[in-house]
Ligand binder design. Sequence first.
Ligand code: OAD
Length: 236
Amino acid sequence: MSAAPHIVVLTGAGVSAESGLSTFRDKTGVWTKYDWREVATPEGFAANPALVHSFYNQRRHDVVEAQPNAAHKALSALEARLEASGGRLTLVTQNVDDLHERAGSRRLIHMHGEIMKSRCAICGDVKPCTEDISTESLCVSCKAPGGMRPHVVWFGEMPLYLDEIAEAIARADLFVSIGTSGNVYPAAGFVAEASSIGIPCTELNLEPSENAYAFSDRRYGPAGEIVPRWAEEIFP
Ligand code: OAD
């Protein structure tokens, strides 16, 4: 690896688990309590917008209560060390929480959107959002009622910033996946993209993910322990 590497990190729900936010597919995960078709698809929203709003309002409350953990902090500290020596860390997250930015990460791509923002489905305006959203919420830009939704990507919708992510992976010296089960594409395919062009790939997770076999380096344990250790080792 070069003296000042460009590292691309992909994170998933596991990186926020020790901050008290539920993952999706673990034994007590979100999708064991809710049907994703009802709360995380455009069809579910059209059928029962009140249910979808209450689901995301609760998740927003949970995020506000949560604090960044040692893994979030280690990634922002690693980014600062890399930037100071001419390297770069591009952090791509599937998480809609804001714990990476609250830990200080700067070059951050929210490919599945952000729960702390709302979007008007009528005019497309995206705004910071700390309040509950309801079917009666008005858009502050176009003033229309009924179009407000969380600024998150649902199943069946296109993830955000895919061109920027592909470009970052193409220029990376190392691809690292942290706290994701590898079930949801296109994120789950980034490791194949990276390894097909010869980029070494590291998996940091509680347990082997669906595509663990694709990683040349694998380390397992709680993110709050293994991420700080890995970050110090890779670029002290
Ligand atoms: P999952 O719930 O599918 O996977 C979380 C992963 O984190 C699992 O492999 C766990 O073993 C691991 N994990 C749990 N606790 C951990 C800890 N303390 N330290 C390290 N790893 C831990 O969540 P994602 O892979 O993020 O999308 O899910 C991807 C997407 O599916 C989400 O962005 C969301 C979801 O449906 C949408 O809602 C569109």
